[in-house]
Design a protein around this ligand. Structure first.
Ligand code: THU
Length: 160
């Protein structure tokens, strides 16, 4: 029997250490929290996707009284990017969350369903998504794409 280990490589970076481009994307995600519709959880999540041509698309979580009908910020943003710019790879995605009057200290990490959607987009465009998870105590930078966060993935190759 073999034991196999999946590791996640990520960097912890102070806000002031971010490159100008990363800071702009993180700021766009932070700003996007302001238009989140989260009357049930009061947990306002914003996301900003950087596309291959430099376009930035933002979105936020949209909740619903029928809870499962709502959607996370990441998927709202990525589906909008796919709808409006179907031919442009997503090269980076920043995420921020605001609740109880402040951004979270620790970065939040995308849920499983959002990770799966990120995987589909990576496969579709053959381009890993650089992931920036913002928290007031530091930003996690995941350079290697969503497979760092999602081991043993299921994708279209299994359907052939
Ligand atoms: N949420 C996101 O939008 N993204 C995440 O990564 C985690 C959770 C939303 C879903 C729901 O509207 C609220 O945060 C509380 O779970």
């Amino acid at each position: 029997m073999k034991e196999l280990i999946h590791t996640c490589h990520y960097k912890l970076c102070d806000y002031t250490e971010l490159t100008e481009q990363d800071r702009q994307l993180v700021d766009a995600a932070r700003h996007a929290t302001e238009q989140s519709y989260a009357p049930y959880s009061h947990f306002h999540v914003g996301a900003a996707a950087l596309l291959s041509d430099g376009t930035v698309v933002t979105g936020n979580n949209q909740e619903n009284a029928a809870y499962p009908s709502g959607l996370c910020a990441e998927r709202t943003t990525l589906f909008y990017a796919g709808a409006a710019h179907p031919d442009k790879p997503v090269v980076a995605l920043a995420i921020a969350a605001y609740t109880e009057g402040a951004f979270t200290q620790t970065p939040i990490s995308p849920c499983g369903a959002c990770r799966q959607v990120m995987l589909e987009i990576e496969k579709r465009h053959h381009c890993p998504i650089r992931i920036l998870l913002y928290g007031t105590e530091g930003t996690y930078i995941i350079e290697g794409g969503v497979t760092e966060l999602l081991p043993l993935t299921f994708d279209a190759s299994f359907l052939q």
